[in-house]
Design a protein around this ligand. Structure first.
Ligand code: BGC
Ligand code: ZN
Length: 365
């Protein structure tokens, strides 16, 4: 069967290749689930992998099959699988267990291992292929009425984890009732964060570089949030007098983190960092002022990567609520479809196309 593979750390190496079709028997104990891939979303991580700055092949392999934002349909299950049946739509989790205590507790997203396992990214093959076989615990079942937008579930799960962990951290406040949130970045993750925080009833300000109006600012406003352009408005002016109770960073531009620390966060506020910045950028910061402000204001900041089953489940609920309350909004995020694995290189090009939000490959229908 066909697959898209890269030679990790080699720029521009993505190519179509032929690989063995997996079998449900590849998973011991009759627990294999064979999934036919329908759609695979692409993002900045795929761009970095193809640029040769990120990604690792499975041990013993020279190439890595890429793709981590999947949607598929169950084609066949092993005799001991009771959770799923042929015809079910599923999205696969990205992380696989390593060896830390968190991995043992089925929290591979919190692994303390240095070398982690991520489908299509690090040391495990991904989903840009015709079929894959997986254990049920790594698959999330998608309600039929959401399958047309479920390729957005993996990025949604990333935001869910950040927001749920912010809740956990803010339990320190006993009576935390966040009212105002800021989302930095108006790409896929920023828009999904806007959706999730609006679903919770927060006042949301979403910041993007471009000046409104354009598709992303329209989408922000359609969800009842405010859009602000960082080109038109200095960060300090966006915050107003009190700042934001929760700030979700998803720009991919690390210097903005320090601006957000100084200018955006309210007292007792929490800043969630989600950008995977593979570069080597350096920046100068007013460290005394930022530190003092964090100490005197009891502020918190934390990083979040990947997601666990509970975050995918929360994502399914938020996608369902969004589809009910703002029908058609999620579909507007799916701006660029490329049909067939053979046209994968077009999909990579479209990632940089003006107006692109979610670019995805339609592997089969
Ligand atoms: C993926 C995550 C992954 C992260 C770091 C993101 O693009 O969506 O699942 O953990 O990259 O590799
Ligand atoms: Zn991703």
């Amino acid at each position: 069967m066909k697959a898209i593979a890269v030679v990790p750390r080699q720029a521009g190496s993505a190519h179509l290749t032929e690989v063995r079709k997996p079998s449900v028997d590849d998973v011991p104990g009759g627990r294999g689930v064979m999934v036919r891939v329908l759609q695979v979303g692409l993002d900045g991580t795929d761009k970095e992998i193809n640029a040769g700055v990120y990604g690792a092949a499975p041990p013993g392999d020279d190439v890595l099959i890429t793709g981590h934002e999947s949607l598929g349909v169950v084609e066949q299950v092993g005799p001991a699988v009771t959770e799923l049946a042929p015809g079910d739509h599923v999205v696969a989790r990205v992380r696989r267990a390593g060896s830390s205590q968190y991995d043992m507790l089925d929290m591979p997203d919190m692994t303390t291992d240095d070398a982690y396992f991520e489908h299509g990214i690090s040391r495990v093959h991904g989903f840009l292929t015709e079929y894959y076989v997986e254990e049920p615990r790594y698959l999330i079942q998608i309600p039929e009425h959401l399958s047309h937008v479920a390729v957005l579930l993996e990025p949604t799960s990333i935001v869910e984890k950040g927001v749920l962990q912010a809740d956990e951290i803010q339990r320190r406040l006993k009576v935390w009732r966040p009212r105002r949130a800021a989302v930095l970045g108006a790409g896929t993750i920023g828009l999904l964060a806007t959706m999730i925080l609006r679903n919770r009833g927060l006042q949301v300000t979403t910041l993007g570089q471009r000046e409104a109006p354009y598709l992303n600012s329209d989408l922000v406003e359609a969800f009842g949030a405010r859009y602000a352009s960082t080109r038109a408005t200095p960060l300090a002016d966006v915050a107003g007098e009190h700042g934001f109770d929760l700030v979700f960073e998803a720009t991919g531009y690390s210097p903005i983190v320090f601006d957000a620390m100084s200018h955006l966060l309210a007292k007792n506020g929490v800043l969630v960092l989600s950008s995977v910045t593979g570069g080597t950028r350096r920046t100068e910061i007013p460290s005394d002022a930022i530190n003092l402000d964090f100490v005197l204001g009891n502020k918190a900041m934390f990083g979040t990567v990947n997601a666990n089953r509970e975050h995918f489940d929360a994502g399914v609920r938020d996608l369902a609520v969004a589809e009910l309350q703002h029908p058609g909004w999620l579909s507007r995020l799916l701006t660029h479809a490329v049909r067939g694995l053979d046209h994968f290189s077009d999909a990579l090009d479209q990632l940089s196309a003006p107006g692109a939000i979610k670019v995805y490959v339609e592997v089969s229908s």
